[in-house]
Design a protein around this ligand. Structure first.
Ligand SMILES: NC(=O)c1ccc[n+]([C@@H]2O[C@H](COP(=O)([O-])OP(=O)(O)OC[C@H]3O[C@@H](n4cnc5c(N)ncnc54)[C@H](O)[C@@H]3O)[C@@H](O)[C@H]2O)c1
Length: 152
């Protein structure tokens, strides 16, 4: 299976990429190294490693010229380290994610998204277990377990 991992040089993306390559998948990583590090990619022997922003308009054409198919996309690229950099948050998390969604549609590939939590939080900073209001519903969120329970 050919899998594209966005944010492949980041914490989640590099571990996912290594696990995929170890089980025999063909991995393509995409990262612009804003918070990720090139050394996170050294254990990936066979992967194609592309340095580009996911919000780059040419990304879809560039990938289309190289790959006839992509079976799955694991989307972990995210901007959150610098809480004040709203421009980068919007470029990466909104425009970039929209572009990655278009890419998944183009290839008809499965999309797995390690999403940031955009919500009105009652407690700052967020703890490992907290309540939020989202779409007029109460949610109990445990981000590190990737668990959300819905209380309406
Ligand atoms: N690390 C955790 O414990 C954890 C827990 C829950 C959720 N998550 C979520 O998983 C996602 C990834 O988290 P992480 O800890 O791996 O973060 P990370 O900063 O280590 O990885 C994000 C990667 O995305 C890359 N990136 C940022 N902007 C980019 C862009 N425009 N184009 C291409 N690459 C770009 C960075 O260079 C980095 O390599 C985030 O959405 C985070 O909220 C992480």
């Amino acid at each position: 299976m050919r899998v594209l991992v966005t944010g492949g040089a980041g914490m989640v993306g590099s571990h996912v990429s290594e696990l995929l390559e170890a089980r025999g998948d063909e991995v393509i990583t995409v990262d612009n190294f804003t918070t990720g590090r090139p050394e996170h990619l050294i254990n990936l022997i066979k992967a194609d490693k592309i340095q580009v922003s996911i919000s780059n308009d040419n990304l879809i054409d560039e990938l289309a010229s190289r790959y006839s198919h992509i079976n799955a996309i694991v989307h972990t690229a995210a901007s959150f380290a610098n809480g004040n950099d709203w421009s980068d948050h919007i470029n990466t998390n909104i425009l970039g994610t929209a572009l990655i969604t278009r890419l998944a549609q183009k290839y008809n590939s499965r999309l797995i998204y390690f999403k940031l939590l955009f919500a009105m939080a009652l407690i700052q900073p967020l703890s490992q277990c907290h309540w939020i209001i989202q779409d007029n519903q109460w949610l109990l969120v445990m981000p590190f377990l990737r668990l959300q329970a819905n209380f309406t």
